[in-house]
Design a protein around this ligand. Structure first.
Ligand code: XMP
Ligand code: MG
Length: 180
């Protein structure tokens, strides 16, 4: 185990996206959103748990008239997607006619994202945009366009900066990738 490696439960992870690169990307994404939505009122919808750190860092750099709310979904058990979504905290904000920006930590197969988008469509929002810190293009199976992608990453399990392996690793300031 080297300095950039950490052990969580039974698995070894290696630093993959350093803290300063995450910081720079958040600044870049917020800047793009501030320009694209200038003069508009937006509601951000963060998807818990994984997005909470990215959402906090992104949201504090948003200069628009903006609100934020969270939904809580679970689809993962261990390091593989179960494909089945459970809604643990639902929708409690009136989103009718609003410009909504979904905040995801990571889009893998896209099942979670599709579930979220479908739920916004039936709530008659005006427009839906999506920002995700990470995208696994090789795993993505949906046709939903993702407006803002921080990093495209290989189809490897990652932890840190909000993402967990069985509940742990969320407090790591960098993103770490599973060592096979
Ligand atoms: P889907 O397959 O629905 O998955 O796009 C999205 C959700 O699954 C979690 N996820 C991960 N969590 N490391 C994690 O800690 C990963 O590599 C990973 N891939 C997917 C995450 O909660 C995401 O919202
Ligand atoms: Mg998770």
């Amino acid at each position: 185990m080297t300095a950039s490696e950490i052990q969580i439960h039974d698995k070894l992870f290696r630093e993959y996206i350093p803290e300063n690169a995450l910081h720079d990307k958040v600044v870049e994404l917020a800047g793009r959103i501030n320009i694209d939505f200038a003069g508009k009122e937006v509601i951000f919808v963060g998807v818990l748990n994984g997005s909470f750190i990215f959402a906090a860092d992104l949201f504090r750099r948003i200069k628009l008239k903006a609100r934020i709310t969270f939904i809580k979904l679970a689809s993962y058990a261990g390091t593989t997607s179960s494909g089945e979504i459970r809604e643990l905290i639902g929708w409690n904000e009136d989103l009718n006619g609003k410009s909504v920006i979904i905040i995801e930590d990571i889009v893998d197969t896209g099942v979670t994202l599709e579930h979220t988008v479908d739920n916004l469509i039936i709530r008659n929002v005006k427009e839906i945009s999506i920002v995700t810190l990470l995208l696994k293009p090789e795993a993505y199976r949906k046709n939903i366009h993702i407006d803002y992608v921080g990093f495209e990453i290989p189809n490897d399990f990652v932890v840190g900066y909000g993402l967990d392996y069985d509940g742990e690793g969320r407090n790591l300031p960098a993103v770490y990738s599973l060592v096979p």
